[in-house]
Design a protein around this ligand. Structure first.
Ligand code: PDD
Length: 279
């Protein structure tokens, strides 16, 4: 198949799929999701994505109707149907289906959605041109919920300005991006926002931290300011679908580019790990 949609057991090309109107995802955005990537039909860091998905379920009081093992074996059989081994695997539980009411039955059976579409991770992605924007999201950014309106509007604004990503800040404090995490290198140390309720605990960010530790680069998990961002030696944007990308311009000002050695060591480390684990 070229693309694949799955909804509670029903499978078809994505464009042929429909979902029931009473799915609470449709009118409350009441659900959680995760996104992983495959190469050679092997899903990278699947265990970490499943752990985060289960944690998102717990925080939203959605009772999973699958174990992690059942989800892993489902994804593997769905990937088996695809024409190519390089895919993006999006999976989502909505709380369930019911007539519209804010309250929910805690025992409601969730609806499982899976969307698979071709995606190939790039080894040397182009450097990013970014903008900044006040972070007007809620205080549950650690839960990967499908409520993404501020993220959607920020990503759209960046794209309409010909830019790649929007970096959010709450006042002076940089949080993350519209659809990725952002960290900086300064004086040989990686500084990255702590995993509190203001950012998504990114899997690629976790791999970046582990890469720093393996390469003897110090790590400080603490909030950093817009001034620190603009003055950083390197600025690193991480996500499952980009892995790691340097930033070269923010709000039309040239930034970073002052620690190419550590930057390229980190990019190489993360790429090698990705290639090794998906061979
Ligand atoms: N986005 N922060 C936000 C708000 C995100 O949406 C994402 C990922 C990340 C990076 O997380 P990870 O490294 O686990 O991909 C950080 C995905 C790719 C998406 O929504 O499509």
């Amino acid at each position: 198949m070229k693309t694949l949609g799955y909804y509670n057991g029903k499978i078809a090309e994505l464009e042929e799929m429909t979902v029931p109107m009473l799915d609470r995802a449709a009118y409350f955005g009441d659900g959680v999701y995760d996104v992983a990537i495959s190469r050679n039909k092997r899903i990278f860091a699947l265990e970490e994505h499943l752990d985060r998905f289960m944690n998102s379920c717990k925080l939203l009081r959605i009772t999973p109707s699958h174990t992690k093992e059942e989800l892993a074996s489902l994804f593997s059989s769905l990937l088996g149907k695809m024409d190519s081994g390089d895919q993006m695997i999006y999976f989502q539980y909505s709380r369930g289906s019911a007539l519209r009411s804010h309250t929910f039955d805690p025992d409601m059976k969730p609806n499982l959605w899976v969307m698979i579409k071709p995606m190939t991770l790039k080894k040397n992605p182009k450097p990013l041109f970014c903008m900044t924007m006040e972070d007007t999201r809620f205080f549950h950014c650690n839960i990967k919920t499908i409520n993404l309106i501020p993220n959607v509007l920020a990503a759209q604004e960046a794209e309409e300005r010909g830019l790649d990503e929007c970096i959010f800040h709450r006042g002076e404090e940089v949080t993350e991006c519209a659809h990725s995490n952002v960290s900086i290198l300064k004086d040989g140390v990686l500084v990255t926002h702590p995993t509190d309720n203001l950012i998504l605990p990114g899997i690629a960010r976790a791999h970046l931290i582990r890469a720093c530790k393996a390469l003897g680069i110090g790590v400080e998990e603490r909030p950093f300011t817009l001034d620190e961002l603009m003055d950083a030696d390197e600025i690193l944007v991480t996500s499952t679908t980009k892995l790691i990308c340097p930033v070269v311009e923010i709000d039309k000002k040239p930034v970073a580019g002052k620690d190419q050695t550590r930057l390229s060591a980190l990019c190489t480390y993360l790429w090698d790990e990705f290639e090794r684990e998906t061979n």
